[in-house]
Design a protein around this ligand. Structure first.
Ligand SMILES: [Ca+2]
Length: 606
């Protein structure tokens, strides 16, 4: 340990020395350890024998250590348990490692560690109808409302009618796009009292709004249903599929739930094999779990998370409604500001940070975002599942970094080009069941980023596109370039919407390579709206300067590859295998074999 100059350094150095003498455990060779356990106490010294109770207490200890200068790696080892986060867990420049030493928060070997933004709801009481109920005082008091419920690690269905998609359609839409009639009679006349939402499917996006009034023929919504000014593709119009969500009367199938705010009663229809004593429900309290936020002057460096499950994060319906533009971006109309759906875990000005062997689950907004000033970050061997919006967003722009001086802020680039996220790697991950609330969400999104690498992921079971890169609808250059999308296994995607692909591209992206991906079973549902097909790779507007090499694409509802306002000659092409017959060549078989994760993921993720 170095000789400390300041009194603060002496104090902390002495404290650590005492801890080492007392427990003979820390620092061990090459790293300083702190320990956290559910049965621990925050007054403890944080040793293995006498652990802290909360990761926040460990953070405070690590912060003190970092303040005097790290001389070893620091590891916070967390024992099994659910750690409820009372508020967003914030990491800033004080929590940074250095270029030589890392700070890691990791689960103990074999331990299931959950950092939760939700609350466990306790035991259910069966009611006279055989449904289960819980009384929630905070809901009754008006202090809590949630749009997501997880029971036994499974998303429960917010009560809806009809129960399946594509059974109800808009018949008339008024000029304000706030008043609708439907192609079948609606019996509910009191939706305003039930936080009922109307969901309308557009071609590649959806709109959500709160229902505020109804009569025998019409429903009225609080906000207009659509991204107005872009035509019927993104705006509610006659014939579009729709459904209603959240009303007591919609409770008619196992797995559905309804939250009655005036009485604070949560009602759930259990699945056949569930026990009210053990099938614990969890509902989100937070709408952001983690902020990892450095500054342009001092990025957070070398901060790592390993073996942790990040779970339960809410997405309150925005006051303007949720009218998707594309891929978790939303707004009210084409000449108004474009918004990006919030992320549960937000990284800005983060360098060489890592998420390894983590699970991101039951997050009702988008899960993980790398925004301004991010460099050399890595997400690997991790699983993203049951996500409300998109799984991972690189180039996420949630705060004021947008240059809004452009006439069309839809594709606004970074105000300061140095904010462009660079060299982000997403590898060996499983990304599935995203878009559960914002149905136009995608698995992995990258735009306004440089040298992003998306490799060896398994991306599947998605309502819209699998991997989406670029976000400018023209050949005009942006900060998005040099992206590598390789060796991914993408299938069972675009299950609900249209005009998408296993891989979707937009705009000029020099240096970008899409190679060795295996894409199959790209769907088109019976109720998908609009004439555009779904494809293995959809090369959309302005896409220019790509290399497409050795991709295997088969079993797609539309052509394996489609161009819209882009041309084959704008790109380079090498040995792609399109369609079932060609994909049986030896080289194609090798590509198929090597696509997807290479390392062994935990058994829960297989
Ligand atoms: Ca129902």
């Amino acid at each position: 340990m170095q000789v400390f100059a300041s009194s603060a350094r002496i104090r902390i150095g002495t404290m650590l020395f005492v801890i080492c003498l007392t427990f003979s455990c820390s620092p061990i060779q090459g790293q300083v350890e702190f320990h956290v356990a559910i049965q621990g106490h925050d007054d403890n010294p944080g040793t293995r024998q006498s652990p802290f109770r909360t990761p926040q207490r460990a953070q405070s200890q690590v912060r003190d250590l970092a303040a005097v200068g790290l001389t070893d790696n620091v590891v916070v080892i967390i024992q099994e348990g659910v750690y409820d986060l009372p508020q967003t867990f914030k990491f800033d420049s004080r929590d940074s490692g250095t270029d030589r030493f890392s700070i890691t928060y990791q689960s103990a070997p074999q331990a299931k560690v959950i950092w939760s933004g939700g609350s466990s709801l306790g035991k259910w009481q069966p009611n006279q109808e055989g449904h289960w109920e819980i009384q929630l005082a905070a809901v009754k008091a008006g202090d809590w409302f949630f749009r997501q419920l997880v029971v036994e690690d499974q998303r429960a269905t917010r009560s809806r009618w009809p129960n399946n998609d594509g059974l109800l359609h808009l018949q008339t839409v008024d000029e304000t796009v706030k008043k609708f009639s439907f192609d079948q009679p609606l019996e509910l006349t009191d939706p305003a009292d039930h936080n009922t939402e109307l969901v309308v499917f557009g071609n590649w996006s959806i709109s959500r709004a709160k229902v505020i009034a109804a009569d025998a023929d019409h429903y009225k919504t609080a906000t207009a249903m659509g991204w107005l000014g872009h035509g019927p593709m993104t705006t509610a119009s006659p014939g579009k599929p729709a459904y209603l969500e959240h009303h007591r009367d919609f409770l008619d199938q196992p797995g559905e739930w309804y939250l009655d705010s005036p009485t604070g009663t949560l009602t759930y229809i259990p699945l056949a094999d569930q026990n009210p004593q053990t099938a614990i429900g969890v509902a989100p309290r937070l709408s952001r779990l983690l902020e990892i936020q450095g500054t342009p002057e001092k990025a957070i460096r070398n901060l790592r998370f390993a073996g942790i499950c990040f779970a339960h994060c809410g997405f309150p319906l925005p006051n303007i409604g949720y009218n998707e533009i594309q891929a978790s971006h939303f707004g009210t109309q084409v000449d108004a500001r474009t918004l990006v759906q919030s992320v549960a875990i937000e990284c800005t000005y983060a360098t060489e940070c890592q998420f390894v062997n983590c699970r991101f689950a039951h997050l009702n907004n988008s899960a993980l975002g790398f925004g301004g000033g991010c460099r050399d970050n890595l997400v690997t061997d991790s699983t993203f599942e049951d996500i409300g919006g998109s799984g991972i967003i690189i180039g996420w722009r949630g705060k004021a970094e947008l240059d809004n001086t452009r006439a069309a802020n839809l594709a606004a680039d970074w105000r300061n080009p140095r904010d462009t996220p660079e060299r982000t790697t997403i590898s060996n991950c499983i990304v599935r069941r995203c878009g559960n609330d914002g149905i136009g969400g995608v698995g992995i999104f990258a735009a306004f980023s440089n040298h992003t690498r998306i490799a060896h992921n398994r991306v599947y079971d998605l309502p819209y596109s699998g991997i989406s890169i670029g976000f400018r609808w023209s050949k005009e250059p942006t900060s998005q370039k040099n992206c590598i999308v390789e060796n991914n296994h993408i299938f069972d995607v675009v299950q609900k919407l249209a005009d998408g692909g296993g891989i979707y591209t937009l705009g000029r992206q020099p240096g970008t390579t899409i190679r060795n991906n295996y894409i199959h079973d790209v769907k088109r549902s019976e109720f998908a709206h609009g004439g555009a097909p779904n494809n293995g790779i959809f090369i959309d507007q302005g896409s220019t300067d790509f290399l497409f090499e050795s991709n295997v694409i088969c079993a797609t509802s539309g052509d394996p590859i489609r161009f819209n306002q882009s041309e084959k000659g704008w790109h380079r092409w090498e040995d792609n295998y399109l369609g079932d017959l060609e994909s049986k060549t030896l080289k194609a078989k090798k590509i198929i074999q090597q696509a997807g994760p290479t390392s062994s993921l935990p058994s829960r993720d297989r």
